[in-house]
Design a protein. Structure first.
Length: 255
C-alpha cells in the first residue's frame, strides 16, 4: 500500500532524519548518474527529492506520483513538473525516458508487475532505471518511523530476479543509509561519517538497496538471408561431368 504524500513530504523536508536520508540517497544517485544535458529524467513513487540536481541540465524532468499516494506540486517556487498517475498507466510516451528513478513506488505498490512493465515501456533505447528499495537485511526496514519501514523489503537477489522477469538486465547494485534510523543528535551528526565508512565496507548492510538496470533490447530478425561464402571450396568442382577427350583422339577423327 502506497504511503500518503503528506507523510512523505513531512519526513523528507521537515525532519532532520529525513534530510539525512535524502542527502545520502541523492548523493549516491548523482555519483552513479552525473547530470547530462538534453536527457529526459523521470521518477516514480516519491522520487522527487532525488531529481533536483537534474532540473537545470535536463531537457525535461517528470515526477510521477501514484494515485493512492497522492500528488504535491514540485519543485517549490518553480514551474510544477509532478503529475498524478496510476501504477498501470503512466502519462508518458513509449521510449521517452533516458533515466528513470523509482523510490517508494515499487515496494509499496499492490501491483509491482504493472509498475515494472510501465518502467520498461517508457524507458528508451540505451536508457537506465534505478530502483531504490528497503534492504531486507538493513535496520531501516525494521522500524516504521521512516517510509522504508513500510512495504516489501528486498534482497539484491530478490530484486534482480524480479527485474529479469520483466525484461531488465541488472548492471550494478549498492547500498546506502549505514547510520541507524535514529533522530538522536549523535547519529544525525555522524551520518556522513557512517556513509563514507559503509561505502568502504561492502559487507555492511545499508538500510536501502539501489539496483541499476537496463532494458533488454533484442536485435530484429529477418528471414531469407542466405549465408555468403567469401572463399568457396573448389575441391568438388567438375564432379558428375564427363572427362574431356585427349587432343590426340580429336585430331585423328575423320572430318
Amino acid at each position: 500500500m502506497h504511503l500518503d504524500v503528506l507523510d512523505l513530504r513531512n519526513f523528507y523536508y521537515r525532519t532532520a532524519l529525513g534530510r539525512v536520508a535524502q542527502r545520502a540517497i541523492r548523493d549516491q544517485v548523482v555519483r552513479l548518474w552525473p547530470p547530462l544535458a538534453g536527457q529526459t529524467v523521470a521518477g516514480f513513487g516519491f522520487a522527487v527529492p532525488l531529481l533536483r540536481p537534474y532540473l537545470e541540465a535536463s531537457r525535461r524532468v517528470v515526477g510521477l506520483m501514484p494515485g493512492p499516494q497522492g500528488v504535491m506540486p514540485w519543485p517549490a517556487g518553480m514551474e510544477n513538473v509532478s503529475v498524478l498517475c496510476e501504477d498501470t498507466a503512466w502519462p508518458l510516451p513509449t521510449g521517452l525516458v533516458d533515466r528513470l528513478v523509482l523510490m517508494h513506488g515499487l515496494e509499496t505498490s499492490e501491483n509491482p508487475s504493472a509498475v515494472l512493465d510501465e518502467s520498461a515501456r517508457v524507458l528508451g533505447p540505451g536508457g537506465r532505471a534505478l530502483f531504490v528499495v528497503p534492504n531486507r537485511s538493513g535496520l531501516w526496514s525494521r522500524r516504521d518511523v521512516t517510509p522504508f519501514g513500510f512495504g516489501r523489503p528486498y534482497s539484491v537477489a530478490q530484486l534482480e530476479a524480479q527485474l529479469k522477469r520483466h525484461g531488465f538486465t541488472p548492471e550494478r547494485s549498492c547500498s546506502v543509509l549505514f547510520a541507524p534510523p535514529s533522530a538522536t543528535r549523535f547519529w544525525l551528526r555522524s551520518a556522513d561519517f557512517w556513509e563514507g565508512f559503509g561505502r568502504r565496507m561492502p559487507w555492511l548492510a545499508g538500510g536501502v538497496l539501489m539496483v541499476e538496470a537496463t532494458k533488454q533490447v533484442y536485435a530484429p530478425t529477418r528471414g531469407g538471408l542466405g549465408a555468403v561464402v567469401k572463399k568457396p571450396l573448389k575441391a568438388l568442382e567438375g564432379v558428375g561431368k564427363g572427362s574431356p577427350e585427349p587432343a590426340l583422339n580429336r585430331d585423328t577423327e575423320a572430318p
